[in-house]
Design a protein. Structure first.
Length: 351
């Protein structure tokens, strides 16, 4: 109807992961690689990698150890210098021609192999849970909404975005945000689903990243790229608790896709899972609570399924809660249970 504002919501998760890219093939067959994403590459040295070829094949490689590792007095790890260091990768060849015969070319990508390893109780570790957990939560939300979403939730416009290149500067989400802003279709509210670096450790301060594993998903209130509006944090926490979903909120480092939407006037809230050893060669994540509910699932896998379903339920609750958004003309004051959000936001359609 003319003059009636349709609430517009976007859910974002990123598909990329940190890793390396081949920049040069040396005469002895070794690869010179550069880091993609923010991490200290010296913690990766000596680890097995996979070189991903354009035809879908992957070839094993080993990152070279730092100079002097075999000399007396060597200390591991060496002193950290900067992010984005280059490294060498060995694929078992002794010449550039032999490496190229494997199909490896400059520009190919390297990642850490992924192996799910259950730990004690309902904890586990696996590389690249950042952000496969978020991607899965969005997929499950779409499935739960179903094909008759428009009939069940009239007057809502919802977009799900699986973004690229988050780890190298939020580039995919930034490109999308700029495109819809140019079309005058910015979302009212953005929920970015990602990880949350927890400081759960006997040696770390509780003033930063204090979100224990197993105590629920996290509203990522503050990080180095973005600050959630306090009223939005309170609202999401209240929604989760009203639906008996374990929830925390906290402050951490790093960045997330929510940051790129606020420059165009959107409210943005970052959600995530508490994890340990983020952006390392191993990523740890864990949940506590009920033991296995299905006999074929390990407790940790069962817990992953439960947590994804909880975030899915929270996402659906947020969609339902936005039914009270109203607008008049170009400048909208959106009221949700007494919370006001003055901003200028045109319509966003699902696409």
């Amino acid at each position: 109807m003319p003059g009636v504002h349709v609430p517009t919501i976007l859910f974002d998760a990123h598909m990329d992961e940190i890793g390396y890219q081949v920049t040069h093939i040396q005469q002895d067959g070794e690869l010179v690689v550069r880091e993609l994403g923010g991490f200290y590459g010296r913690y990766y040295l000596g680890h097995v990698m996979l070189v991903h070829l354009p035809d879908g094949r992957s070839i094993g490689a080993v990152l070279g150890l730092p100079s002097g590792w075999d000399r007396p007095g060597f200390k591991w790890p060496p002193a950290l210098s900067t992010l984005n260091e280059s490294a060498d990768a060995y694929v078992g060849t002794d010449s550039r021609a032999a490496t190229e015969r494997l199909g490896i070319r400059v520009g190919d990508f390297l990642t850490i192999p992924k192996t799910y390893r259950p730990l004690l109780g309902s904890h586990f570790e696996v590389r690249s849970i950042d952000d496969r957990a978020g991607d899965t939560a969005l997929i499950e939300t779409v499935r739960a909404l179903g094909p008759d979403f428009a009939r069940k939730y009239p007057g809502h416009q919802v977009t799900f975005l699986w973004a690229t290149r988050e780890e190298v500067g939020l580039e995919g989400a930034a490109a999308y945000a700029a495109r819809v802003a140019k079309l005058g279709r910015e979302p009212d509210v953005v929920f970015a689903v990602d990880m949350f670096v927890s400081s759960e450790s006997p040696l770390e301060t509780r003033r930063y990243g204090d979100t224990p594993l197993g105590k629920g998903f996290v509203v990522r209130a503050v990080d180095l790229s973005h600050v959630d509006p306090p009223a939005d944090v309170a609202r999401v926490v209240a929604l989760a608790r009203a639906h008996h979903i374990p929830v925390q909120y906290g402050v951490t480092g790093g960045g997330n896709d929510a940051a790129v939407y606020t420059r165009y006037g959107s409210n943005a809230v970052a959600l995530g899972w508490p994890t340990k050893y983020s952006h390392s060669a191993r990523g740890g994540i864990g949940y506590q609570g009920r033991r296995r509910t299905q006999p074929h699932l390990h407790p940790a896998r069962d817990a992953v399924v439960r947590r994804i379903r909880q975030v899915r339920q929270c996402a659906i609750s947020c969609i339902r809660a936005l039914a009270g958004f109203t607008a008049s003309g170009d400048t909208a004051t959106r009221r949700v249970s007494g919370l006001a959000y003055p901003c200028t936001l045109p319509l966003l359609r699902s696409n």
